[in-house]
Design a protein around this ligand. Structure first.
Ligand SMILES: [Zn+2]
Length: 195
C-alpha cells in the first residue's frame, strides 16, 4: 500500500510515460507536435502572461491555448485570437498549475529564439508560463510552484538541469520582454537550490 507521503501522492511527481505533472490540472492543447528525433528537453523557459494584460484569474489563457479565445470579448483578444500557441505549464497567481502539453512533446511557446547559439528553442525546451506582467511582482506561491516544478522536471528528465533556465526575454531579446524585470531570478535560484 502506498504511504500517504509516497511519490505517487506527491503533487510534484511526474508521470514520465504520460509526460504529466500529477498535481497539475490537465487542459490538453492541440498546439503541439513531436520534438525532432533524438532531441530531449535541455532548457526550461520561464514566461509571463495575463489575459487581458494585467488582469488575473479569468479563463482566457486556457482559451488561448485551446484555440477558443473569443476575439470579441476584449479589444486585445482580436490581435491574438488566431495565434496557435501553447506552453507546457501555466502557474496561476495562487500557485495552482495547469498543464497543456505533455513534456516529451514540443509546445509552441518560444517562437524565433536562440539559446547559447542554438535556435528554435521550442525543439529542446519546456515552457512554463507564470500568470503576471513584466512590471508587477509575482506571487510567493508562484515562486514555490515554479521551483517545485523545476525540481520535479530535472528529476524526471536527466537531460534538464537547474543550470539551464532562461527567460523568454533572454532567448528572444528585443522581441519579447517576459517574464520581465518583476521576475526575481535570485529568488528562484535560491528556491531551486534549497530543494
Ligand atoms: Zn513568453
Amino acid at each position: 500500500m502506498q504511504a500517504a507521503t509516497g511519490p505517487l501522492s506527491d503533487p510534484w511527481n511526474i508521470d514520465v510515460a504520460g509526460g504529466a505533472l500529477r498535481g497539475a490540472r490537465q487542459v490538453p492543447s492541440p498546439n503541439w507536435d513531436e520534438r525532432p528525433e533524438a532531441v530531449a528537453p535541455e532548457l526550461i523557459v520561464v514566461h509571463g502572461i495575463s489575459l487581458p494584460p494585467g488582469e488575473y484569474g479569468g479563463p482566457w489563457i486556457d482559451r488561448l491555448f485551446t484555440n477558443s479565445l473569443p476575439a470579441d470579448a476584449h479589444p486585445y483578444f482580436a490581435t491574438i485570437a488566431t495565434l496557435k500557441v501553447s506552453s507546457h505549464l501555466l502557474i496561476r497567481r495562487d500557485g495552482s498549475v495547469v498543464q497543456y502539453v505533455p513534456f516529451h512533446r514540443r509546445a509552441w511557446h518560444a517562437g524565433a529564439s536562440n539559446y547559447c547559439g542554438r535556435e528554435r528553442c521550442n525543439d529542446f525546451s519546456i515552457g512554463i508560463e507564470l500568470e503576471g506582467t513584466d512590471d508587477t511582482a509575482y506571487e510567493p506561491a508562484q515562486y514555490r510552484a515554479l521551483s517545485n516544478s523545476i525540481r520535479a522536471l530535472c528529476a524526471a528528465y536527466p537531460s534538464l538541469s537547474t543550470e539551464r533556465i532562461a527567460g523568454h526575454d533572454d532567448i528572444a531579446p528585443g522581441r519579447k520582454t517576459d517574464p520581465g524585470p518583476a521576475f526575481d531570478w535570485p529568488r528562484l535560484r535560491a528556491l531551486v537550490r534549497a530543494g
